[in-house]
Design a protein around this ligand. Structure first.
Ligand code: ATR
Length: 271
């Protein structure tokens, strides 16, 4: 392997995780690509300098919390996923050195929902109104779901509902029901034994989706849904699909489905 010719990719976040590093580097190995991926810790006040360094040394990079909106100012172009969600999670350097933005969170959410159920004309109740919620709102809307949005801070749910011509619902009214329940909040991330909804509420849904990705133990929401016999779309599935989409944008190559399945199994079973 010629190290001078290695292509560099990576990600920026104030608290970098290991998912991208493991996924992409294993993917390069799988396909025999001379590429390397690293996660960089970047605080908001370091973003300007970091973007300069990345532009000079990397071909593309992922953007995580809290930079998904701030990075918009550095882009020369973006695809419709960024325009519609107003958030960017992937930057790809173009041949002329300019930067193009994508939102692969949306693409991952759409793929994960699509392969699990048909939500056309069915009520989808989404809890949360942050970055992840924007990506899912676009996916649900494009898949023809009838979207309702509720959030701890009501105002944000109302704003998001307006942006996507969706409906607002009141989270404090505890008898909501529908076809698919989506947790797009971070509840369950720090403590996998915490769930955003009671089992009583879960009873009123046919299927459940959780954006939270945990390593090892599954979230309480996912475990509760399984115990109630509901089909579940896990955060891990959405995240793996979004990473596969990034991989395709970065390298122009498609990872085999078996790689994605093996990676998800590895991630869920390891600590
Ligand atoms: P992300 O980009 O991961 O979606 P975010 O933009 O910070 O992160 O959004 C986090 C979401 O989780 C928000 O909808 C937030 O609700 P608020 O808008 O009221 O802050 C929600 N959230 C976080 N902690 C929560 C909790 N303990 N209970 C309910 N909702 C919570």
């Amino acid at each position: 392997m010629n190290y001078r010719e290695t292509k560099h990719f990576g990600s920026i976040a104030s608290k970098p995780g290991s998912f991208g590093v493991e996924f992409h580097n294993r993917g390069y190995q799988e396909l025999g690509l001379n590429c390397h991926y690293q996660a960089l810790q970047v605080k908001p006040e370091q973003l300007f300098v970091a973007m300069g360094i990345l532009r000079n040394n990397f071909q593309g990079w992922g953007v995580s919390m809290p930079h998904k909106l701030a990075v918009l100012a550095y882009l020369s172009s973006s695809d419709q996923s960024v325009e519609k969600t107003g958030a960017v999670n992937t930057v790809l350097k173009q041949p002329d050195g300019s930067l193009k933005g994508f939102n692969t969170d949306y693409m991952g959410a759409k793929k994960a929902i699509q392969e699990s159920s048909d939500i056309r004309h069915k009520p989808v109740m989404m809890i949360g109104a942050g970055g992840a919620a924007r990506a899912i709102a676009l996916a649900v809307t494009e898949l023809g779901g009838d979207l309702f949005i509720g959030n701890r801070t009501e105002e944000k749910a109302r704003d998001l509902a307006e942006r996507f011509s969706a409906n607002f619902f009141d989270l404090s009214n505890s008898d909501y029901q529908g076809y698919l329940l989506v947790n797009a909040t971070s509840v369950g991330m720090a403590n996998p034994d915490e769930s955003p909804v009671s089992r009583d509420i879960l009873e009123g849904f046919d299927a459940v989706m959780d954006v939270v990705v945990t390593r090892g133990l599954e979230t309480k929401l996912v475990r509760d849904a399984r115990e109630l016999g509901k089909p579940v779309i896990k955060g891990l599935t959405m995240t793996t699909h979004q990473a596969a989409e990034q991989f395709r944008l970065y390298t122009g190559r498609e990872l085999p489905r078996s790689f994605l399945d093996n990676f998800m199994e590895y991630w869920q079973c390891s600590k």
